[in-house]
Design a protein around this ligand. Structure first.
Ligand SMILES: [Zn+2]
Length: 75
């Protein structure tokens, strides 16, 4: 097993991991790279955030008709 030395490859794996689970080897390589490379940790954070926002927007869109508040308001 070779380590990831390229940030470009790491970024590819990061965005791939958002769409589909990585296989064990890729996951491990990515994890090792992220442990050494703060730059790619930032990239992963950004992509995760964008991905999360995207799926939240999709969910909100689907729930829009119910008229229910996302958080119950006590008091
Ligand atoms: Zn990197």
């Amino acid at each position: 097993m070779t380590l990831l030395h390229s940030c470009q490859k790491a970024a590819e794996l990061i965005s791939q991991s958002l769409d589909e689970p990585l296989d064990m080897v890729d996951k491990l390589r990515l994890r090792v790279h992220l442990s050494m490379c703060g730059n790619c940790r930032n990239v992963q954070e950004q992509l995760n955030l964008i991905h999360k926002m995207g799926s939240q927007i999709g969910t909100l869109d689907l729930c829009d008709d119910s008229g229910e508040a996302p958080f119950p308001q006590g008091n």
